[in-house]
Design a protein around this ligand. Sequence first.
Ligand code: 3EB
Length: 330
Amino acid sequence: MVQGSENPQVDSLARPAPRVSYRMAEPAAALAESGTLAAFGFGKHAPRSGDPRHLQVPLEAFEGPAPLELWQVDAPVSSGSDGAMHWAAGGGWLFASIELDEREHGGATATAELAYRQLHQLVSARAEHHVQRVWNYLGAINHGDGDAEHYKHFCDGRASGMGDFFSEGFPAATAIGHHGDAHHLQVYLLACDRPGRKVENPRQISAWRYPRQYGRTPPSFARAMILPAGDVLAISGTAAVVGHASAHQHDLDAQLAETMVNLDALLANAGMASGFDSHSPLKAYVRHRGDAARVREFLGRRLPGVPVLLLHGDICRSELLFEIDGWRYV
Ligand code: 3EB
């Protein structure tokens, strides 16, 4: 039983979502601000620090120097490390990350399993054990054919490492291929001491029900999560998937348009008005460098004023050229 669940004072505590923003800033300065729960640098040239809240995401930004992505809460933050795992907590929220080399842990499946087992262990021992959102960045994601594809091995390991981690339902998630070290797996998450509310997309079959053709182990994620205070929708990686099929294979413009329809359907199903604004940061993952300008032009037209970070990333189905994820604040 959840301690304090019969105490109305505890239950009435709001858990406003972390504020997520992109900012051109020095990591040290951003980390020194009170309430900084996490700071993400993008690409191999992003500066590093030993701070457990500071993560280098191995995805390159297409346009100029990438900003920092910041998660900030209105509470003091404590943090720590345990081997390859790092965490920070404050205001009822938990950020946790793990980075592993697949060569050191018996390959892709075993490494994904280990990453999820370790995260489970960390999170389940804490009050902030309701995982809302997970990001998975792995190298060479489409390497190998059919069931031998790297992503399929990752899905196998993720599912077995989860155990009963998500017995209350899968969190929202993203899984994207990076172009750094092909064996480098990075997984990070946002959890809370209150449960969120999962949202599916009526235009899409839930991922955990995908038919066998997409792999032995269906991907384990929800399409989105309404964070506990109901103030934010955390949106999973969304692509031109309709039903379970990849629509408009290899056609970038049509995939972009279909993805916008999927986002609208998701917002509607979450009970939210359509559209995004300047407080709702998104990430766009683009498979081919040569498509970046066209994607930017499209987003400028369809999502004017919305902060979108354009990243070089491979989508887990090789026919998909584009995927988007992010946050929609109420
Ligand atoms: C899709 O709709 C695209 O394996 O965690 C999107 C978000 C996708 C998360 C995952 C995969 C994942 O099926 C792929």
